[in-house]
Design a protein. Sequence first.
Length: 114
Amino acid sequence: MVYNLPKEQRLDYITGLARSGDRESIAALGMRPELLGLDMTRTEWAGFREGLLRQLEPEIAKRLDNPRTAQQRWQTLSKVFMDQYGWKAVTDQKAWGAARAAEQRRVAVEAARS
């Protein structure tokens, strides 16, 4: 029955069942799109699933966004750090010596604690 429908109508059908709380259709979201008779790439299918899950469960959307936001912040901070300090520590002998001394102190403190 569903296999006879065009692609967009199949997606609407699956979306409607999932919104109505049909457990089988929600479980079908975990399957590959080929098994549902859909000709979609993995990226398209992942986008469709994520969009539907965002509509059904706002808490899932928050859990999906938190790691992405953290990753973007980390990339921004690391880029700013590298732009500001970059390879300066490698070429600057004074900074290199200070970094080596700090590492040696850290190792000594750790050895004294154990």
